[in-house]
Design a protein around this ligand. Sequence first.
Ligand code: TA6
Length: 297
Amino acid sequence: MMELHNLPVVANLSDNVTIVEKEKIKIVRVVHKKATAGISLFGGHVLSYQPAGQPDLLWMSDASLFDGEKSIRGGIPVCWPWFGGIGSPNHGFARIQEWQLVEHRESEAGVVVSLGLKSSEATRHIWPYEFHLLLHIAIGDELRLSLEITNTDEKVWNFSGALHSYLNIGDIEKISTTGMGKEYIDKLQNNQVCQGGETLTLTQGIDRIYTSPDERIIMQDPTLNRALTVDNTGHNSAVLWNPWDELSKAMSDMTDDAYQTMFCIESAIFSPCLSAGITLQPGDSHTLTTTIAAQNI
Ligand code: TA6
């Protein structure tokens, strides 16, 4: 998992909030009695969230790059303004842009860090629209991410996207998941629409877009003696992904057996093409959220 404590300090912002550095990346490190967390300014990317007394809820690849160019493998990448390969780069550009720290607020309940990303020459080069993103990250007894998407253009535009959470698990073959709904689009079967059961257990790779998830998805993890709950809003689907061994081996930023301890449950706005995504009129906003928490079992 992500080790935050030994990283060199760049600035102390308060008793709870410090800026540290890992290779080419600046990280907002939060240390609070409720939880510790790390948030990369590159990508607006939550790297780690560890409530008191729990192993990290987020998984981070030991082979991830932190070069400020390639997206980070693990944590919660922000996929925007599209999810998947309906544009280039895959999963949009937000995860490979430098975000700004807008504010940090502290209380007994925890710390809220807000990051911002605005359209720039670099983003207009990829996608020719004006926008403003605000990502509010609330770190306390639970982790809540809320991505506020605003159209600051004079033109209407469409988008999709995802909060692509990589959950830290004990053993991929021992977890069981409920609440994802039954209908899914199976990327591993030519995007065929399929019907699954109430409970999902895994013995092979998965790459599915569940199109009618409950608001709460629950993943039981008997190895880490806990259940993780994932509550999503502002989404239209939940993406569940694990690459299994062959794809893990093929990915340069994952170690060969890394798939055994990670499982993605994503809060997603899925769209088969960009023009069929959510439409935002000038001045309008849309908010996509995910809230992740652990209960001992
Ligand atoms: O969310 C699942 C997925 O779209 C998979 O198809 C898989 O490719 C994964 O995301 C990772 O994508 P990335 O661009 O980060 O390698």
